[in-house]
Design a protein around this ligand. Sequence first.
Ligand code: KG4
Ligand code: ZN
Length: 345
Amino acid sequence: MRDLILGIETSCDETAAAVIEGGKKALSSVVASQADIHKEYGGVVPEIASRKHVELILAVIEKALGDAGKDREEIQGIAVTNGPGLIGSLMVGLSTAKAFAYGLGRPLIGVNHLEAHLSAVHLEHEAEFPFVGLVVSGGHTSIYLVKGYTEFELIGKTRDDAAGEAFDKAAKVLGLEYPGGVAIDRLAREGNPEAIRFPRAFMGAETLDFSFSGLKTSLVYYLRKYPDPDGERLRDICSSYQEAIAETLTEKTLLAAKKFGVGSVVIAGGVACNSRLRALAKERFEEEGITLRIPSPALCTDNAAMIGALGAAKLRQGETSELNIHPYSTSRPRYFRGRGMVSGL
Ligand code: KG4
Ligand code: ZN
């Protein structure tokens, strides 16, 4: 089926729209990043993010339609992230999507941002279900058993900080710029990953949960003892810290794959751009004879192509949304008497 879906994403600080054909092909993918604006503040400022989304959203959608060479009337469904994310930011994308859906008389498809990160894989590869999917982003670190295009079972998650948060907070205490993961990745390339032994919270084989707050604390203690690192020592810290995160993520995901007996694994989300995580996971999964798919970097960080991919699959299953759905901030929406959702604020 060659359905055309317009995907819209505004959950954090990227305003994005894309046109997806047949659930597998991105005809266009436009991402307007606000990173340079939030850099000044060392992190995302929710109110500024919402205002920027309002300014950019229509132009981004028009560009996505233009790049795809499609008129809005040709679109068969509007897919939009309705959570988890920043409520004000989500509301901009969601309200716009509702207006398009209502105005064009097309179905609205509310999409979970984390499930969409994993659905990015369908834009580049044929999926082998079931697979274990690790989503590593700024706000979440979650493992899913993915049984079909729209069937996601949460099997593990972080109990405190997300992996991206661990990168971003470390970068902040090291005086590096936002987004911290990118800065640490760059410096780590010339550092020694074995210089400092930061803790790995594997937490035993019985759980598929993660914990990164201890790692962050150990860096803070290390810096109290050895303050103001620069040059080679800074590169060694970045490399050793990154190694601890990459190893924890890889080993837990491997454990999940073995526990559920799957032969295929997907790693997605912004942190999946990390060069060491990509290399280590490739090496370990190859050794174990498990197929590993990591989307291209542009499909790992926030984008709307992944929203359109999951939206297309949901539309095919008849999983459309009412026009009164709400945005939600936490990973699991709470349902309110079967009528839409209430935000998890
Ligand atoms: O998925 P994403 O774009 O947005 C969220 O949904 O949160 O992920 C953003 C996160 C940030 O924490 C950023 O520091 C991290 O992804 N990130 C990286 C790299 N590129 C982005 N972390 C480590 N290494 C990278 N190369
Ligand atoms: Zn994301």
